[in-house]
Structures are given as structure tokens and as C-alpha cells.
Design a protein around this ligand. Structure first.
Ligand code: NAD
Length: 457
């Protein structure tokens, strides 16, 4: 079977890729199992050298790779460049810390019985990935897994398959053996084949619905399962912000960067009553200034949506909100002509009866709600099934901390939003996921501890 790769900016077919079969998955898994044993025997330094070389190759070819990413996902070219360059910080971080995090831990080296922990790789892991930030979310899993001594079967999203093939090409060129990293091409049905095969761990990035299905399907295998899922990330703008206009500019970027197709995009905004009108005016002015158009142009900030079917979902959210009393301040329509274009959309006077304030939008649309107190903001921010991130803009650190400590999310932000760093864990709570990538926790996710009790006779 063939997978047709379509350019979301114009609907043209870019190419067709041969898809892999269930039989391919089993055959490749056997090959990876052999390769993993040799890969793990290599000194950590050699594995790291391959990853560093991979990073250098990606840098050398970054412009070509950015064009591929923009072609298949519609991500504006400048944002493709930013993603490719920005993801490199994972490699720098691994180079600095992997040795420390993977080192044996000797707890007792005196007396009759010595005790230590050795971190062993899981084996061959399945990495089923998303399309919205394939470099970031891909690197978070497969680079960390490889450094820890695992072999990886990588299934990119069907919407970022060309980029997935590039990862495979450059990892092999960088010295990662073919029997240690394999990319398989296909849609959800191929993902399903991975669930049915016997991997030693499942690492997934994508929607809550698929994540829940994966967790259920592989539960009986009793292997590690890690899920990086969606969010409905709130931002509260308190009345003591020093500069309302700047707060609006930052909030808008958090909501509309990559067309809102970011797991940690700002998805709903609460604003203190006394600055509400000023904030809304500045926010609308900022969003109205965004250049929407051909994602290959350097100046474009809003390109097409990657998936055409998302347009109907956004239209439903807008109609639902308006029917329940929201005011449409900007946008609210798909653009005529070719491509999956949807206008950046701002809805104000929203409330939690509206889907736009509770269901992940994953597109260029935002709901803004007025709040009368910090307590009201806290209650609304916590009124969600998700738990990825939460943000507060305020000039008072203690005020922000009082709110952020109350959030049941893996990440909290003060005066910033929509950001990921390799230094700290990336994790979701509740419907936003299970387990952590990045930081020391992110590399420990790919190893299992073995306890040694050594009696010296
Ligand atoms: P998706 O769940 O539709 O697809 C993700 C992957 O799962 C794809 O590779 C797909 O082919 C595969 N898949 C689909 N059905 C499957 C099945 N039955 N068995 C196995 N695999 C299957 O998600 P998406 O549209 O690619 O990504 C968007 C979602 O991902 C959003 O909800 C977003 O918030 C989330 N996301 C989360 C993070 C994070 O770090 N928390 C990062 C990026 C994206």
C-alpha cells in the first residue's frame, strides 16, 4: 500500500511512500533485537558520539530539512528552522549529562555485602510519534533511548513521514547501525501492528484517545508505557502585570505559534476584571497583525492547518461558543481557495459551558474569559480533565506561586508560556499523560535498574 503525502498549503501530492506491513514490523523487530545486544555493549561514549554526529548532520542540512517539514506539515518555514535548531539542545544536554545519569550507583562499598544499582536498557522500544513538532518530540524519545543502549522502531505520524525518513537516514549516516534504528511508515493501522508485537516498552506522543487505547492494548505485556498527550492549558493574566500590551503579545504568541498546534499552546485565557478590556484590545490588535499565507515565505506567521479535518472541528467550537453568548472579535472562518487555512480566531466573554474552554482546540483559536478574583481564576484553571501546563502573568512572584502550587499539572510557568526545556522533566498529569521525558528523569525512562548484592567471601 502507498501513503500519499499531501502539501496542506495547496492540496498537491508531494509524493507517495510505500507503507510497511505487520510482517515488516515483526521482521524488523527481530533484527533490532539482535542489533540492540551489540549496541548496548558499545561504550556510552561511542553511542553519544553517533548522536552528536547526527546533530551535526542535521545542522548541515537544516535548510533542506526545514523545507521538507514545511512542505508536509504546513509549518511556517521560519518556525521549521526554529524547531530544527532548537531541538539540538537535547543533544547538548545528553552530551553533558548522560554519563552521570547512566552511571552505576554504588551505595555500599564496605563490609561483607556491597550494594549497587546498575541501569540497563529496556531492549527494543516502540516510538509512536506525532506530527506537530516531530523534531522536539521525536528527539525526546529516540535520542534518549539510543543513548541509554536501546534499539528503536520509530513510527512517525503519517503527517510527518518524510521527516521520519530523514531521521533514519541521518542516524544511519552518523553511525547508528541499521539494526538499531528503523523507521516504519504507515497510519494508525501500522501503529496498531506495533501494539500487537512484543516490544520492551511503548513511548507514545499524540492524542488522549490514541494514548488511552495504547495503554489499554499493551497493559497485559507488563512493559513500560509512556504517554505524552494533549492539553487544555490555561493562562491567567493578573491585574498587576506591569505592561498589559506586552502580556497580550506574549499570550497571543503562546496561543498562535505553530497555528496553535502545540501540546502546550495556551488554549484558554482568564483575565482580571480591571484590565480585561485593555488586554482584549491589545490581544486582538496583535493577532490581527499576524501574517497568514504561504508557509514557505519567511514572513508568514500563520500557515495552513496540517490536517484538513480540523477545520470542521474549529468551526463547531466557534458556533457552539457564539450560540452560548461568546463574542467573536476576530476570524472565525476558513479561507476560500486551496489549502487548509483557518483565520486566527479570538472569542471573548467565554465561559465553561462552551466547548472552546474545555476541549483541546489544537488550532488557531482562543477563548478569553473575565475573572473577578484569583480564587475564581484558580477554580476555572483547575476545571479540566487535562494536566499538562498552566501559566500566570503577574508582577508579584508570591501571588503567582500561590496559584501555580495549586495546579495539578506537570509544568507551570510564571510570566512565560508554551515552552519546553531539556533541563526539566516534560510530563503530563491526568489525561495529559504518564511518565516523563527530558532531564535526568527522561533518560531514566529508558533504563531499568538492576540491584546488585555482592557478598565478598
Ligand atoms: P494521534 O493520536 O492522532 O496520532 C499519534 C500517532 O499515533 C500517529 O503516529 C498515529 O499514526 C498513531 N496512531 C493512531 N491510531 C493508532 C492506533 N490505534 N494504534 C497505534 N498508533 C496509532 O495524534 P496527532 O494528531 O498526531 O497529535 C496531536 C495530539 O498530540 C494533540 O492532542 C497534542 O496535544 C498531542 N501532543 C502531545 C505532546 C506532549 O508532549 N504532551 C506533544 C505533541 C503532541
Amino acid at each position: 500500500m502507498k501513503l500519499t503525502i499531501t502539501n496542506p498549503a495547496n492540496g498537491n501530492t508531494i509524493t507517495e511512500l510505500q507503507t510497511n506491513t505487520k510482517e515488516d514490523v515483526h521482521a524488523k523487530l527481530n533484527i533490532l533485537r539482535q542489533g540492540q545486544k551489540e549496541w548496548f555493549k558499545k561504550p556510552l561514549k561511542e553511542r553519544l558520539d553517533c548522536i552528536v554526529k547526527f546533530g551535526a548532520l542535521i545542522k548541515q542540512n537544516s535548510e533542506t530539512l526545514a523545507v521538507i517539514l514545511t512542505d508536509e506539515t504546513g509549518k511556517p518555514i521560519q518556525q521549521s528552522r526554529n524547531e530544527i535548531n532548537g531541538a539540538h539542545n537535547r543533544i547538548e544536554h545528553l552530551s553533558k549529562y548522560a554519563e552521570q545519569w547512566l552511571a552505576d550507583e554504588v551505595l555500599v562499598d564496605f563490609g561483607a555485602t556491597h550494594e549497587k544499582i546498575v541501569y540497563e536498557p529496556l531492549g527494543v522500544i516502540a516510538n509512536i510519534s506525532a506530527w506537530n513538532f516531530p523534531y522536539n518530540v521525536g528527539y525526546n524519545v529516540f535520542l534518549y533511548a539510543l543513548v541509554a543502549g536501546n534499539a528503536v522502531m520509530y513510527k512517525p505520524s503519517e503527517y510527518a513521514a518524510l521527516t521520519g525518513k530523514q531521521f533514519e537516514k541521518y542516524l544511519h549516516l552518523a553511525g547508528v547501525p541499521e539494526n538499531v534504528f528503523q523507521c516504519v511508515i504507515g497510519d494508525g493501522s501500522l501503529g496498531q501492528a506495533l501494539l500487537e508485537a512484543h516490544f520492551d516498552g511503548y513511548f507514545f506522543t499524540g492524542s488522549y484517545a490514541t494514548g488511552k487505547h495504547i495503554a489499554k492494548s499493551v497493559a497485559h505485556k507488563l512493559v513500560p508505557v509512556q504517554l505524552e498527550l494533549g492539553g487544555k492549558d490555561p493562562l491567567f493574566v493578573a491585574d498587576d502585570v506591569l505592561d498589559v500590551k506586552q502580556a497580550a503579545i506574549n499570550a497571543a504568541e503562546g496561543a498562535f505559534y505553530n497555528n496553535g498546534q502545540s501540546c502546550c499552546a495556551v488554549e484558554r485565557i482568564y483575565v482580571s476584571d480591571s484590565i480585561y478590556d485593555a488586554f482584549v484590545n491589545a490581544f486582538v490588535e496583535e493577532v490581527a497583525s499576524y501574517k497568514i499565507g504561504n508557509p514557505m515565505h519567511d514572513s508568514t506567521f500563520v500557515g495552513p492547518l496540517t490536517r484538513g479535518q480540523q477545520i470542521e472541528f474549529l468551526e463547531n467550537q466557534v458556533n457552539d461558543a457564539i450560540s452560548k453568548g461568546a463574542v467573536l472579535k476576530l476570524g472565525g472562518q476558513a479561507l476560500d481557495g486551496d489549502g487548509n487555512y483557518y483565520e486566527p480566531t479570538v472569542l471573548v466573554d467565554c465561559n465553561h459551558d462552551m466547548n472552546v474552554m474545555v476541549d483541546e482546540s489544537f488550532g488557531p483559536i482562543i477563548g478569553i474569559q473575565r475573572v473577578g478574583s484569583d480564587q475564581e481564576a484558580i477554580t476555572l484553571m483547575k476545571d479540566t480533565e487535562y494536566g499538562l501546563t498552566a501559566a500566570v502573568f503577574s508582577s508579584n512572584e508570591q501571588r503567582a506561586m500561590d496559584i501555580l502550587q495549586d495546579m495539578n499539572t506537570g509544568t507551570v510557568y510564571w510570566n512565560c508560556c508554551d515552552r519546553v526545556s531539556p533541563n526539566v522533566p516534560w510530563s503530563g498529569r491526568k489525561n495529559s499523560g504518564l511518565g516523563s521525558t527530558l532531564s535526568s528523569q527522561g533518560i531514566r525512562a529508558f533504563v531499568q535498574p538492576k540491584a546488585y548484592h555482592l557478598r565478598v567471601l
